[in-house]
Structures are given as structure tokens and as C-alpha cells.
Design a protein. Structure first.
Length: 244
């Protein structure tokens, strides 16, 4: 290499090394200590309207931590309260009983689910597919279920664990589904949240903590009471039960 070019080459190498050394010195603590890095900015937010005492707060917080998505959950206890909150607020995802599910679908307010965004959808037992209020399973994700006696006067009474019910006296079959509303601003995060709840470990935690029966067939071999498993519905006199 001619002397001129050789000296130019050495000059550039030294300059680059000097600049790199300064950068390393300034950022050394951040690079070696992740805690020194600025916190990850949450870019998504989910607004939920859920039936009271169905999805525990720790599951919502776990989703927030895993996916850096802020979850704001509102709740309802009755059909009237559900209607009131829907009229006065904007939600991304709602949990609904058959009556509300059917109504929202007929009003064209529900987003058709994107199959490719739900990796765990096959975990739903065949017993909870193609239900009367969603005959082609296009809109809702059945999450929890149970039976109750006709004496239930509110949704809060309705969802009391059916493991304590006298099956011979049960007259109602309730199914709680999750729906994504068309008005949602982040449909990808909506699907992600639902898929998270359908994963076997989270679904197990959900039923175990809430005491409510699951629709998830992946939990058949898990340590859950039989009355909380999806297959338990096959032991019930379905023809005698009103879907509520």
C-alpha cells in the first residue's frame, strides 16, 4: 500500500476506535445493566368489560407484564348494568352471556374472529362449538360455563360454581363468551389477549382461581375437579337445560 493511502487508512482506524471508545464509556452502565435502560413504553391498551369475579386480576396483570399492554377492566353484575355500561363507554373486548352475545351479533357490532391470530383456539372442546347463539363459531370464544337452578336472580348468582349445584334441579346452562367489538382500536392485541386466556396453563389458572368450569379440552388431564372440566357437560341432561 502506498505510504499516502497507508497513513490515511491508519487515520480512519484510529478515529473510529476513538469514537467507539467514547460511546462504550458513556453507555457502559446501560449495556451491562438492563435495569439502567429506560423502561419499555407500553404502546397498546385494552379496555375490557367483564362479568364480575370471572377473570382474576393476577391473570390480567400477568398479560400486561408479558406483552407490555395496559389492561383496563370494568365489570358488570346484571344484564341491565351490562347494557348501561355498553351505552356509555367504549370497550375493545366484552364477556357476554348468550342473550348479549346473540344481541350484539345481530346488531353487527362484533368483529369476526381471525383464525390465524388464535393459535390456541383448538383447545376449545367440541361441546362448545357451533352454539345456538353463534352457530358457526365466527364471533365468540366460549371461555367458562356452568349450570344453575331457576332461583338465580342475577348474573352474580348464575355464575356461582355449579360444582355446588344439585344437578337434578339445574335448569339453566350458562356460557360466558369473549367478543371483540368492531369499534376496537387494536384488534391484533385483542386476539392476543383471548389467545393468552386459551393457553392451557393460563386456562388452568383461570378455572382454579375462579372456581368456574372451563371450555378448554387441554385441561382434561390436569388436577381440576371433574365438575370444572369441559367434558363434564356430557354428564348433564342437556335437553332439559335452558341456555341462559
Amino acid at each position: 500500500m502506498p505510504p499516502f493511502f497507508k497513513s490515511k487508512f491508519i487515520y480512519y482506524v484510529v478515529s473510529i476506535s476513538f469514537v467507539a471508545g467514547i460511546y462504550w464509556g458513556v453507555n457502559r452502565n446501560s449495556l451491562l445493566n438492563p435495569a439502567a435502560l429506560p423502561p419499555f413504553v407500553k404502546t397498546s391498551k385494552l379496555s375490557l368489560l367483564l362479568m364480575e369475579n370471572t377473570i382474576p386480576q393476577d391473570i390480567l396483570e400477568s398479560f400486561e407484564a408479558h406483552y407490555s399492554t395496559k389492561v383496563v377492566a370494568d365489570s358488570f353484575r346484571s344484564s341491565a348494568e351490562f347494557e348501561s355500561k355498553m351505552a356509555n363507554n367504549k370497550y375493545d373486548i366484552v364477556s357476554t352471556f348468550p342473550k348479549e352475545t346473540r344481541s350484539l351479533i345481530l346488531k353487527n357490532e362484533v368483529l369476526e374472529l381471525t383464525e390465524s391470530h388464535l393459535n390456541h383456539r383448538n383447545n376449545i372442546s367440541v361441546d362448545f362449538k357451533n352454539l345456538p347463539f353463534d352457530p358457526h363459531s365466527l364471533f365468540g370464544i366460549p371461555l367458562l360455563w356452568g349450570v344453575s337452578e331457576s332461583s338465580a336472580t342475577s348474573y352474580t348468582d348464575l355464575i356461582k360454581s355449579h360444582s355446588n349445584s344439585d344437578i337434578s334441579k339445574a335448569s339453566n346452562l350458562w356460557i360466558l363468551s369473549l367478543l371483540i367489538l368492531k369499534s376496537s382500536s387494536d384488534k391484533k392485541s385483542d386476539h392476543l389477549f383471548i389467545d393468552y386466556l386459551l393457553s392451557s396453563d393460563v386456562s388452568f389458572q383461570l378455572s382454579q382461581n375462579s372456581g368456574l368450569a372451563t371450555t378448554n379440552r387441554a385441561l382434561e388431564s390436569r388436577d381440576l375437579p371433574e365438575a370444572l372440566k369441559a367434558s363434564y357437560i356430557r354428564k348433564l341432561p342437556i335437553r332439559n337445560l335452558h341456555i341462559d
